[in-house]
Each structure stands twice: as C-alpha cells, then as structure tokens.
Write a protein that binds this ligand. Structure first.
Ligand code: AMP
Length: 194
C-alpha cells in the first residue's frame, strides 16, 4: 500500500544534550508510522536520525534512507530501512530526499540540519516547490535562531511573507498534522499502531 504521506525529516546525526531531543524524535517517528506515513531521511543509524527511523519502523511505517557512498561507514548506514538508497553525492542525496517528500520537518540538529532546512526554505521562496516546511522547536532549541530571523526581518533583509513559508511549533502532533494537511493529504488513523 502506498503511504498516506511522506515526511522528510532533517535532524542531528548526534543525540544532543537533552533527553527531550530523543523523546521528540521517537514521537515524530511514532506519529509518522502510526498514521500510515513514510519517513524520508539521511539514512544514518546515529543520533536523532537513527532514533526517528527506528521509531517509524516500530510503528509500522516505511523508511526511505538516502546516504552518499562516502558516508556509508562514517554515518553508519541504516540497513533496516525499507528502502536504502546509496547515492553518489550529497547533491544527489538532497535531491532525492526533496523529491520523495510531501513535507519537510526540521528537528534539533547541527550544520547539516541547518543547511538542509535553509535550502528547502530558499527553494520554496523561489517557487521551486510548494511543500510545507516545519521547524520543531523542542525544548526551546531553536529560540535563538528564530530570534535572529526576527531581527533580520526588522533589518529588512527578510520579509514577513518569507517567514510565513515555515511553520514553527513546540509540539509534535499539531505541527505534523498541520503540515500534512497543508500538503492536501490526510493522515490515516491506524488504531492498531496507536
Ligand atoms: P548534523 O545536523 O550536522 O548532525 O547533520 C545531519 C545530517 O545532515 C547528516 O546526515 C549529515 O551528513 C547531513 N549533512 C551534512 N552536511 C550536509 C549538506 N551539505 N547537505 C545535506 N546534508 C548534509
């Protein structure tokens, strides 16, 4: 059966300092799997990436991992993925992840996560795609970034309309449901998995 929706999750290849980060990664994977969804992600086993993938699989969801050949060992490719694509380059990885997604969601992470988030946001402002983008602000992790972005609006380097192209929230359920609905898709209620 085709998945009801496909969420591309960008997140840390490390677990981060607070237990809330892993808890939320588990909750995101669980929500995706238990609503008939598919996770698209970077295909690694470590950190929040591995946690979100495992939780999706455990809840009965599909997981599409996309990892460049050069990172297969460095990032410990996750061979438990429903589909694991080993691609030639980072560009190919990002392209395939974006293609396979209906919505994008950033969890806490490092520069890899930031780069991916800013890229899909930039592409959206340019009209290359119109897929919803969310930022899950777990334990106030993204507060300083959001404050900085607000300052860039005040300094007139960014418009309000650009800020409106990303949806931010601190809770998994409303944010994911909002993103999936904004993509015109309907999460399934898989009662057996809830
Ligand atoms: P990080 O947030 O730095 O822990 O990285 C999270 C994921 O982003 C890892 O799988 C990295 O391989 C990946 N990543 C790092 N740099 C890039 C990049 N330039 N484009 C796409 N993904 C990247």
């Amino acid at each position: 059966m085709n998945p009801a929706f496909s969420v591309c999750v960008y997140c840390g290849s490390r677990p981060g300092a607070k237990p809330e980060y892993a808890q939320v990664a588990t909750a995101v994977g669980h929500w995706i799997g238990s609503h008939g969804g598919q996770l698209v992600y970077g295909g690694g086993k470590g950190g929040l990436m591995g946690i979100v993938a495992q939780a999706t699989l455990q809840a009965g969801g599909r997981v599409v991992g996309v990892i460049p050949q050069a990172l297969v060992e460095m990032e410990a490719a996750n061979h438990d993925c429903t589909e694991l694509h080993i691609v030639a380059s980072m560009h190919e990885r990002k392209h395939m992840m974006a293609e396979r997604a209906d919505v994008f969601l950033a969890l806490p992470g490092g520069i890899g996560t930031f780069e991916e988030l800013f890229e899909v946001w930039t592409w959206r402002q340019l009209g290359y795609h119109d897929k919803p983008i969310g930022v899950l602000n777990v334990a106030n992790y993204y507060d300083p970034l959001l404050a900085f972005l607000k300052a860039t609006v005040e300094q007139q380097f960014l418009g309000d309309w650009q800020m409106e192209l990303i949806q931010t929230g601190s809770e998994v359920l409303p944010l994911l449901a909002e993103l999936v609905q904004a993509a015109g898709l309907t999460p399934l209620a898989r009662l057996d998995a809830i």
